[in-house]
Design a protein around this ligand. Structure first.
Ligand code: 2HA
Ligand code: ZN
Length: 264
């Protein structure tokens, strides 16, 4: 399928943030995955599906006719910078939601299949569509300091304490992560259980921290989804720097935090 300019622009934003993920050491080997809901941005004809790989896969019926850009399982996210058409694909889900055609991507990579976290991505896109929100991108990555904090014997298990600690590291964290972080308990990567915790968490949080694994956020595009995790990880980094320097950070006071509410 020949993609239109709107879709090409979304993919180029994915390539841009893939470079940042690699620079930050959040995307080792095959770590992380990204998808963008392209439904409604381009029509897919039956000719576009001709001779294209078809994968049987039973999905919720609301997934009917969805069009998704999605990174490939086992692929290196760092290759999205220069070769998105090799390590990612666009899937066109059929009308019965019983399978999908791979209509774009996987160039020189005929074994390509969507990420192992496909079920989380799909359920999140369905949730966003049902809420009529504008978030088209889902980003999962392995941000070092957030993962480290998920191993913290206290903060790793106490969402209220974790959010209070991170929000109070600097004013922008409170403002740009307004709904805070949800801690999803450890579950097997790629599992339905992890997908369910994630969609529940995104109901009322800006980010879901997959305990001892990584983080996931959504945004109107790849840049916005990245910003959420970037800002939250900055707070985690400052918190850990203070611990490394031998003191527990004081954090901004209750009064200082209250003063920020005018920005919320
Ligand atoms: O795609 O990060 O969670 C590899 C992963 C799975
Ligand atoms: Zn992961």
């Amino acid at each position: 399928m020949l993609i239109n300019q709107t879709i090409a622009n979304e993919i180029s934003k994915v390539s841009e943030i893939a470079a940042y993920l690699w620079q930050r050491e959040w995307a080792e080997r095959n770590a992380g995955n990204i998808s963008v809901n392209l439904t409604g941005l381009q029509n897919v004809s039956s000719k576009d599906k001709e001779n294209k790989k078809y994968i049987e896969c039973l999905m919720p019926e609301e997934a009917s006719d969805m069009l998704l850009f999605i990174t490939g399982t086992g692929e290196r996210l760092r290759e999205l910078v220069n070769l998105p058409e090799k390590v990612a694909c666009i899937i066109s889900i059929d009308h019965q939601a019983k399978g999908y055609h791979i209509v774009w991507g996987g160039i020189d990579n005929p074994g390509i299949l969507p990420t192992s976290e496909f079920i989380s991505h799909l359920l999140i896109h369905l949730f966003n569509t049902s809420q009529n929100n504008t978030h088209r991108c889902v980003l999962h990555t392995h941000p070092i300091e957030l993962i480290a904090l998920s191993h913290h014997p206290e903060l790793g298990h106490n969402e209220a304490k974790l959010n209070k600690a991170l929000w109070s590291m600097l004013p922008e964290i409170r403002v740009f992560i307004p709904k805070g972080i949800c801690i999803a308990p450890y579950e097997l990567p790629g599992s339905l259980a992890l997908a369910k915790h994630t969609t529940e968490g995104l109901n009322n949080h800006s980010i879901v921290l997959w305990s001892k694994h990584g983080a996931l956020a959504t945004g109107k595009d790849a840049l916005e989804a990245f910003d959420f995790i970037d800002v939250a990880n900055k707070a985690a980094k400052i918190y850990l720097k203070c611990l490394q320097a031998g003191f527990i950070p004081e954090g901004m006071s209750e009064e200082q935090m209250k003063g920020l509410e005018i920005f919320l």
